[in-house]
Design a protein around this ligand. Sequence first.
Ligand SMILES: NC(=O)C1=CN([C@@H]2O[C@H](COP(=O)(O)OP(=O)(O)OC[C@H]3O[C@@H](n4cnc5c(N)ncnc54)[C@H](O)[C@@H]3O)[C@@H](O)[C@H]2O)C=CC1
Ligand SMILES: O=C(O)[C@H](O)CS(=O)(=O)O
Length: 480
Amino acid sequence: METYKIYIDGTWVTADEGSNLEVHNPATGELIANVPNGGEKETKEAIEAAHQAFTEWSAVPANIRSGYLRRVYQLMMERQNEIARVMTLEQGKPLKEAIGEVHYAAGFLDWYAEEAKRIYGETIPAWSPNKRLMVLKQPVGVVAAITPWNFPAAMITRKIAPALAAGCTVVLKPASQTPLTAIKLFEIFEEAGIPKGVVNLVTGSAQKIGKALMEDTRVRKLTFTGSTEVGKKLMEQSAQTVKKVSLELGGHAPLIVFEDADLDKAVEGALASKLRNCGQTCISSNRFYVHHKIKEVFIEKLKEKLKDFKVGNGMEEGVEVGPLIDGKSFERIKAQINDAVAKGAKIEFGGKAEHNGITQQGGYFIVPTLLSNVTGEMLVTKEETFGPVIPVITFETDEEVIKMANDTNYGLAAYFFTESLSRSMRVAEKLEFGIIGINDGKTSTPQAPFGGYKESGIGREGGHYGLEEFLEVKYISMEI
Ligand SMILES: NC(=O)C1=CN([C@@H]2O[C@H](COP(=O)(O)OP(=O)(O)OC[C@H]3O[C@@H](n4cnc5c(N)ncnc54)[C@H](O)[C@@H]3O)[C@@H](O)[C@H]2O)C=CC1
Ligand SMILES: O=C(O)[C@H](O)CS(=O)(=O)O
């Protein structure tokens, strides 16, 4: 069994205590690797390395920093099969989807290699003839990045690419379920020649590593992707040293099918936004609001398509829906389905939840489950699902469905299908969500701002917005 190392100050090292964390294959439960169980000591060493490297790295000319990012992009694309295979082994997503994620993740390097060269300041006309006013953009400093298990490559590059482009240095703590993809990326960072201390990787106790990062005044920025619950905890901890924060948190996306929708487009969009990564994404549609006049035909069309989806081990040819990440997710989703049925929902398709019983660390599969007669009293309409469940709720008027769609503390993504231009603008403006898909269930792309309203987070990642999160604005007033 391979035991990997963590990357601190340009060196691969083990954890001081010598203990390791196990990594399991969620499709089979088998143990696939060990990684260092790092804690406060390793985290402080990583922060010191990033702090020491910052002065030099932030002074590297933008076009040189851009060159490093470009080299990382090239190496990721050359190694895409190797990275994808590791991702499927530790996260479970089908290999084809893993390749897609590597391309998406590399896309942030491609985008920020260019953005690095366009960090412009400005001059401002002074009101006094003997004054000159100007604005500089400067890197915020040492960045703490904490990432989730569901997109083990893209959530890392969506943070590290803009951070390096801005001239920041980084300490990353990846999810304990998916450290191997992070290690692959750091092998590439090293091969691309990124100077020692600029990027640092620590695996181990989330609480200990998080606490050390949040308490340290040298860490000036937290960028976090994960649950709203953990995001709130980290936001509280970062307040003690007033760090800048970017939080990409949970979601509970509505998907609305209006009476005039192109139903084939709506079915395609619904499945794309629902079954990607087995529904384990923060922007997956969670609530399907369908106009009552087209509900039956929509459900029949969905059922027809669902029959084609093969559930199984992501390494197998043709599998499109992999396993859930762990037993906790499996139990939560089963409970949501059972709660809905107990309160009157009908299982139109799926509903079969099976565990191959090998270990508690894996083998959890849920067949995509389509529920009708769903009402607002059911858990599926209130709690984030993070799994392949499609609850269908009917509506009659635009005002009614917008009210229901907005009735959540989340505000990340929302989708709707209509052929009316005026309805498109009216509804898009009234939905309280940071990402809106109109006749489109696949909205994520490196050049666009990703982020949410309300308890789905603070700040944006991607596009030029994502770079601003790692920059300070400095105002200079000069008397001449
Ligand atoms: N808005 C977005 O872009 C995304 C949101 N999510 C949300 O995250 C959840 C699922 O992902 P998970 O990884 O299970 O979320 P999670 O919040 O449990 O973990 C996310 C990361 O935080 C770390 N962490 C957990 N407790 C911590 C603590 N006390 N201090 C420091 N770090 C800590 C974990 O080890 C992991 O690296 C879902 O709610 C999903 O909606 C997930 C991915 C993307
Ligand atoms: O973890 C997630 O859900 C991602 O942020 C969604 S995406 O950006 O990979 O689409």
